[in-house]
Design a binder for this molecule. Structure first.
Ligand code: FES
Length: 51
């Protein structure tokens, strides 16, 4: 998968969340609610992502 900073800042790892939700390590936030930053994302349950 594409990645850059790997600390939740550059959004190059942005991936659409099709089903379920995630939270992010270190308080990282994504600018698009329907996506997650896979380098720091933690699933809150079962998820499906567009990867
Ligand atoms: S690799 Fe930079 S935010 Fe994920």
């Amino acid at each position: 998968m594409p990645s850059g900073c790997r600390v939740g800042q550059c959004e190059s790892c942005s991936t659409k969340v099709i089903k379920g939700s995630t939270t992010h390590l270190n308080g990282a936030e994504h600018s698009d609610e329907g996506c997650c930053l896979t380098c720091v994302a933690i699933p809150t349950g079962d998820i499906i992502i567009d990867a």
